[in-house]
Design a protein around this ligand. Sequence first.
Ligand code: ARG
Length: 462
Amino acid sequence: MNKKDKDLVSIIRGSVDNSDFTKSVDFDKRLYKQDILSSQAHSLILEKLGILNEKERKKLIESLNIIKEEIESGKFVWKDEYEDLHMNIESRLNEIVGPLSGKLHTGRSRNEQISTDTRMYVKDAIEEIKELIVRLQASLLDISESNSSLIIPGYTHLQRAQPVTLGHHFLAYFHMLERDYERFVRAYHASDVLTLGSGALSGNSFQIDRQFLANELGFTKISQNSLDAVSDRDFVLDFVYASMACMIHLSKLSEELILWSSSEFSFLTIGEKFTTGSSMMPQKRNPDFAELVRGKTGRTIGSLVTISTTLKALPLSYNRDLQEDKEPLFDSFDTLRDSLQIMIGLIQSLTFDDSRINEVINDSFMIATDLADYLVKKGMPFREAYAKVSLELKTIMSTKKSFNDLELKDLKKISKLFEKDVLDLTIEDVVNSRDSIGGTSFSSVSKALKEAKILLKKKKNF
Ligand code: ARG
């Protein structure tokens, strides 16, 4: 480090070298692209203000592009002693252009710089996540469509309850993801605010054209209070929360796929690419990928606790605690992005065991509610019908395996109102009778699938 750099670093850091504790460069170097872009936009402002001439401005922009290339090609040497990415880039700029680099920091503080960089990063991250959510939704529609005639048990309390179509089941996850998508849209709006021009905390005295900066950097709004601007991390909180909510959905889905692929359920097989062999038991294929998606959900829950705790007792305005926002942010992003990518492929790899599922469907009394409904249609109050069916069915179920084994005389024991036509009731009839909006009938589900596709098309051309 040259003498001038040393002086600058020691003014910033104080006399004691505890740089390992204060440094953030290990993780904030991820923001290099955003940092360089915002510095380039700032140099345009400095030219407008007459602080840089055209030649100087061009030189700075060019040199920042060189630095970007150095970083991307792995040539750039990140130095811990420069603490964070801003100082690392500034010091390299100084090596390339000399004292001119000192002008770039005119009218700008690292407090507004880090806020701007992070906002730009979060906006890009959200675009990537939204695209992956849409792709996973498309996978779910695909699997629902290609198994559209399959009826599976629907569960409450993990007990067989009523039959539903497979499409209906997977569309439930489609809608969870739709809410996740909307949460990310809201997090995007919260991030889409230019904070540059706020100074260290109280605004700037250089007549910086903030609207110009917003246009240059692609922000649609401009912060309206400089104290709030340098300390606001609500957009990080929103991103981390949205990531956690989405991970919770992926975790629920994983849990179900793990259960359903077990020998006990045997409803489906997860593609070989998404399972691993056991090192000891040759007969086993383990659903590790789904398990890890479920397992990694804990990290995102932890990140939300970390960022909330960091923010909860901060006085205005910037405090160094805010540096602790990056790791939960980056970790949430990485975890969700990787998990979505895995789930897209994993869903496509599923194969269903139709005959096993049919066996379970037939080997059950999931038609019980409909027997009560039958009596209701013949004029019996529902509570009475429910009590009669439930009371008698217990005895019947101890001798007969499924509804298909029942004879009229069994049902007459429940109520004299049962006629021969009750024996014609099929599992398909039961499913198809749920034909209200959002119900599981074949026609409701095929309509829901169509609507879901239109929704996806609006977002992207799938
Ligand atoms: N590394 C800091 C952060 O992430 C950057 C801003 C530092 N500002 C300061 N005044 N020390 O928040």
